[in-house]
Design a protein around this ligand. Structure first.
Ligand code: N01
Length: 500
């Protein structure tokens, strides 16, 4: 009966590939490039939108830029001597991803408009079937999620928000047609996105109300444009560019110190306090902008423009919580009503995969879905593989996010690991590989142990922590440690199966 089912499934017309990759951001594209390099050209890149590029296609708000230096926030194998400044804006990064897609011949593998609604594992075939919202299908031996952990906007549950008659949009869905000139604008949230757009829109609007729930630690941003001489050197002496890249890497890696060591953390918070003092002379305002949690517990932000914005006469920082939103106003808990024309939600993203994967059914062995598997909390083995889900890999999955360095470094480590897994399956003549449950458990105990006594266990509320109290987001250590641990695939950690 199994054979008959296999034959029947094989005979249908669903196109079949070796690897299906979801997403065309930095991770999906890197996966495609490295597959081609490994001689595997049977793959598809499934993209829900029309254009490629993940975060840097979607986030186009004024001032949107990466807070990791571009010479580091780029592939190690595709240096770009032309970066215009230390921290590039979204457009320059998006141009870079487009350049990589073209240069490495990835465009013909991209299926745009393919929003994956389900991925179902067939145990008899040892394959996944991926189905889009509009019914297109593809079968793949291996499926790789390059969906990114921060791409579904988190819209706040504020009473009355839906009744607001003016313009409302999220920072990642910026309405560029909305003319802010002469408008009274409310901005909710003071995370990495808001601190970038707030200074940019302040000069345009009539009045800007910044609603802050928690003050952010903000450090100086060493921003500057590269000189002609530097660019010439980067172009003509690749060794210099590589040396510069490693210098940036180690400089960022040292930002791990305040995370792991409270004494260093206190030095960092002193620097941040001096940064506030430099720009904010009014002690009351300064107190409101000074965080009361340990630095590093939430992402440390960098900006030289954000704090001075509060010295403008048309900008008000509001720290009283929002009570409700009306048709044309916001009321805070102190009873104050402010009339407004527009609300910008700088409220971040659904970081918990159980939320952002809510509308995407991933069904592994024995009909179990990933949401069932992660009912008590999301976890994986090295952030990539999950027990019960053979041949499924997640890039930047649980506990592989960073608060201190370039995530591209983690992505390259993971893509290397996936390729090693594929090679091993081939040499072992295996159709599937699946992490052993006890290995996944041991690994996650080790992760949670590593997170003890770090700044993330200091008790501040953040989206790094899931509802079971565990930090499911952050890799608890240096990125080179992750790199070393993912250089090779430990055979005994997996169950390898051939088709009988
Ligand atoms: O989102 P966030 P983001 N009522 O979650 C507040 C990356 N990024 O879009 O702290 C009122 O950081 C919330 O308050 P609180 C980076 O990884 C990277 O700014 O929860 N306020 C917070 O202030 C970053 O971490 C770059 O109390 C509410 C803010 O909204 C991630 O994206 C640049 C609220 C959300 O901050 C997300 O950044 C920009 C509510 N109901 C972003 N709900 C790079 O350069 C939330 N808030 C790489």
């Amino acid at each position: 009966a199994d054979q008959a089912r296999t034959d029947q499934s094989r005979s249908n017309q669903i196109p079949s590939v070796k690897v299906a990759i979801i997403g065309t951001g930095f991770s999906g594209l890197c996966m495609g490039i490295k597959l081609l390099e490994a001689g595997i050209d049977s793959f598809v890149l499934l993209e829900k939108k029309t254009d490629i590029g993940g975060t840097w296609r979607d986030n186009t708000y004024p001032g949107c830029a990466c807070d990791v230096q571009s010479h580091l926030y780029s592939y190690s194998f595709e240096g770009n001597p032309e970066w215009s400044k230390v921290f590039s804006g979204w457009k320059e990064i998006q141009d870079y991803t487009n350049h990589c897609a073209t240069k490495y011949g990835l465009r013909k593998y991209v299926h745009s408009g393919f929003e994956v609604a389900s991925a179902i594992f067939d145990e008899h075939l040892g394959e996944w079937t991926l189905t889009s919202r509009d019914g297109q299908q593809v079968r793949a031996q291996t499926f790789v999620m390059g969906t990114g952990p921060l791409h579904v906007p988190a819209k706040p549950n504020i009473p009355g928000l839906e009744s607001f008659k003016g313009e409302v949009f999220h920072s990642a869905e910026w309405n560029h047609d909305f003319d802010m000139k002469g408008k009274r604008v409310a901005s909710i949230g003071t995370g990495g996105s808001a601190i970038q757009y707030v200074p940019e829109i302040a000069p345009d609007v009539d009045q800007l109300y910044v609603y802050q729930r928690t003050a952010a630690w903000v450090l100086p941003r060493n921003e500057r444009a590269y000189t002609g001489v530097e660019k010439w050197l980067f172009r003509n002496a690749p060794g210099v560019r590589k040396l510069y890249r490693s210098m940036l890497y180690w400089m960022n890696e040292s930002r791990l110190l305040p995370i792991l060591n409270p004494t260093v953390a206190s030095v960092f918070s002193k620097v941040a306090k001096l940064h506030i003092r430099k720009y904010i002379k009014d002690p009351e305002l300064r107190a409101k902008l000074t965080p009361d949690y340990t630095i590093g517990c939430k992402r440390i932000l960098i900006s030289n423009k954000y704090l001075p914005t509060f010295n403008r006469s048309n900008v008000e920082l509001i720290t009283d919580g929002i009570q409700e939103v009306g048709e044309d106003h916001i009321v805070t808990r102190d009873g104050k009503k402010r009339d407004i024309d527009a609300i910008i939600l700088g409220t971040g993203f659904q970081a918990d995969p159980r939320n952002y994967l809510k509308d995407f059914v991933i069904q592994g062995r024995d009909g179990k879905t990933l949401l069932d598997e992660w009912k008590e909390g999301a976890e994986a083995y090295f952030g990539m593989t999950v027990k019960g889900f053979p041949n499924m890999f997640q890039l930047v999955g649980p506990n592989t996010g960073l608060g201190h360095n370039s995530v591209i470094f983690m992505i390259e480590s993971q893509v290397h690991y996936v390729i090693e897994c594929l090679k091993k399956m081939k040499t072992k003549n295996a159709q599937t590989m699946e992490v052993k449950p006890e290995i996944q458990t041991q690994f996650n105990e080790w992760i949670q142990n590593g997170l003890k006594n770090t700044v993330w266990s200091s008790g501040c509320a953040s989206w790094y922590i899931q509802d079971n109290g565990k930090n499911f987001t952050i890799w608890p250590g240096s990125t080179w440690r992750y790199r070393l641990k993912t250089r090779s695939v430990p055979e005994t950690s997996f169950v390898w199966k051939s088709l009988s």
